[in-house]
Design a protein around this ligand. Structure first.
Ligand code: GAP
Length: 516
């Protein structure tokens, strides 16, 4: 058995998108009206996978931490929320248009991609040298001494320094100049005919109120975090928590993204899983490091190989943060942010305290004083995690008999269907026996019953959906109460007694293993 490793990653990504539609994971929104750009709906298997990811995050963050509690705040919030948080003034992206293709880009993303291209040159040099020198290759030494690598590193350093300064000073002319100097071309028109860089606020607004004159503008929340900050006192007063403690939330967020492509990677409506951890001022770096490790462990527990995940330190942390790092996953279109971890200082609580006039402080009995707590935030995209799992699990395998199968190797505890139940044929009492088994197992597992088609076809369909276990009921079952259980990845089949099924599957789909 060999894995098809097509180099054409763009084609693979298109295949993944088609797979998601064909197998009922994701559909374009309002498709009968030709869809709506950068908005998607989740189908019967998509919603199961999305719910499972969300629940797994909730278990890891809330159930396993005595000092983290959850909330579910409304999407609409008082408009002052967004004044205080800085989103009205500063939640902008720098835009640039190509005059020939009329396509719009984020200026910062164009520059980041140019930096990534330079970094890829270093990786290429390393690969070349590794092949040449084999086991004797000293990567660290090579990176420190190879003249080609040093030249590229110097170039990257120069671009990054200019880029960081331009972002810090909000210098839009300089951003444009960097794009010009790096000779960045529009991927559509292939030209360098750029407009000036402009700022664009990403919040969607709408109106509340029954008549136009009375209506006032409110925003659809661009992050779930603010629902946590404005509820800080409510939670503190009702949950018996003491610092350090966290508040977690999962919910929709909305951003009028300029560059909304790459399927569900960047959409205008999406879901975040966020946790704000309130700590003593001065202790924030200790907790920042703690949450960095804890969150990386969570991502690894999803079955992503070590080389699929990496850290990306922010050159310019957002307006509210004094330290920030992303966990990036290698999607088919490159390493991209999946989660952001921010040390948000006391920025948000102080801002809300100032604008609302309510004291958002904590009395620390040990220190015998009140203060505005500092905050470490972990914020991961639910949809991006979904996409990473699909990209990581999707493969086309060539089998020994020359045929191919499509497999979605999802972690068993997240799979939309955990057990498929198949009577070998549609008669002789096998469907009835299968239903009996289904009626027992469905209380503990997400099961799927199927009696149509050959057993081989039924297995293939379940492989493509990511179902980790298929149970087949045959004539022997009626005699000795045993079934065959087939494992998705190895395709191995084993005969076990019906009484043992629950115990065996439970052990195989245990969600706890990766978090211990
Ligand atoms: N409260 C902090 C915050 O919102 P962020 O880095 O802007 O930080 C956090 O967003 C996470 O939300 C990202 O790492 C990403 O996974 C997800 N996310 C952000 N914008 C998104 C979009 N337009 N579509 C899908 N996911 C998005």
């Amino acid at each position: 058995m060999s894995t098809n490793t097509s180099n054409n990653t763009q084609n693979v990504f298109q295949e993944i998108i088609s797979h998601c539609k064909e197998y009922g994971f994701i559909f374009p929104s309002s498709e009968i009206y030709d869809g709506l750009s950068a908005i998607y709906d989740y189908g019967p298997y998509g919603i199961e996978l999305k719910n499972n990811i969300q629940q797994y995050w909730w278990k890891a963050m809330v159930q396993l931490h005595e000092n983290i509690v959850g909330i579910d705040a409304a999407i609409f919030m008082h408009p002052n929320t967004w004044k205080a948080s800085g989103h009205v003034d500063a939640f902008n992206d720098p835009l640039i248009d190509n005059k020939d293709s009329k396509k719009r880009y984020r200026a910062d993303v164009l520059i980041e991609e140019a930096i990534q291209k330079q970094e890829a040159k270093i990786d290429k040099e390393v690969d070349k040298a590794q092949k040449k020198f084999g086991d004797t290759f000293d990567k660290e030494m090579f990176l420190k001494t190879n003249p080609n690598v040093l030249r590229v590193k110097e170039k990257i350093g120069g671009i990054e320094a200019r880029f960081k300064k331009a972002l810090e000073e909000n210098n839009l002319e300089e951003l444009k100049q960097i794009i010009v100097d790096l000779e960045i071309v529009c991927p559509i028109s292939g030209t360098r005919n750029w407009t000036e860089v402009r700022q664009f606020n990403l919040m969607f607004s709408t109106e509340v109120g029954s008549v136009a004159e009375d209506a006032s503008v409110i925003y659809l929340r661009p992050e779930t975090a603010q629902g946590i900050f404005v509820n800080f006192l409510n939670v503190l007063n009702t949950s018996r928590q003491r610092i350090p403690f966290g508040i977690a939330q999962v919910g929709k967020a909305f951003r009028n993204e300029i560059v909304a492509r790459q399927f569900i990677f960047r959409t205008r409506e999406f879901e975040q899983m966020e946790m704000q951890f309130f700590v003593r001022p001065g202790e924030e770096m200790k907790w920042y490091e703690y949450w960095k490790e804890a969150r990386m462990k969570w991502h690894r527990s999803l079955g992503f190989g070590a080389n699929k995940l990496k850290w990306h330190d922010h050159l310019k942390p957002a307006h509210y943060a004094n330290a920030a790092v992303d966990i990036e996953f290698e999607f088919p279109f490159g390493f991209k942010e999946m989660e952001g971890i921010h040390s948000r200082t006391d920025y948000d609580l102080t801002q809300h305290q100032n604008l609302s006039g309510k004291k958002l402080q904590y009395f620390d009995h040990e220190l015998d004083k009140s203060y505005v707590p500092y905050v470490i935030e972990t914020s991961v995209g639910l949809n991006r995690t979904f996409l990473a799992l699909i990209c990581n699990g999707y493969k086309i395998e060539k089998l020994e008999d020359g045929s191919e199968r499509t497999v979605l190797a999802l972690p068993p505890f997240l799979a939309p269907v955990q057990i498929a139940i198949f009577p070998l044929i549609k008669k002789d009492g096998l469907p009835e026996k299968s239903r009996e088994i289904m009626d027992v197992l469905k209380w503990d597992f997400k099961c799927f019953y199927e009696e149509k088609d050959t057993i081989g076809k039924r297995y293939r369909r379940m492989d493509a959906l990511g179902t980790p276990y298929c149970i087949t009921i045959d004539h022997q079952t009626l005699q000795d109460n045993t079934v065959t259980i087939r494992e998705r990845d190895s395709m191995k089949q084993e005969r076990i007694s019906i009484e043992k099924l629950k115990e065996v599957v439970n052990e195989k789909i245990d969600w706890r293993a990766g978090l211990r």
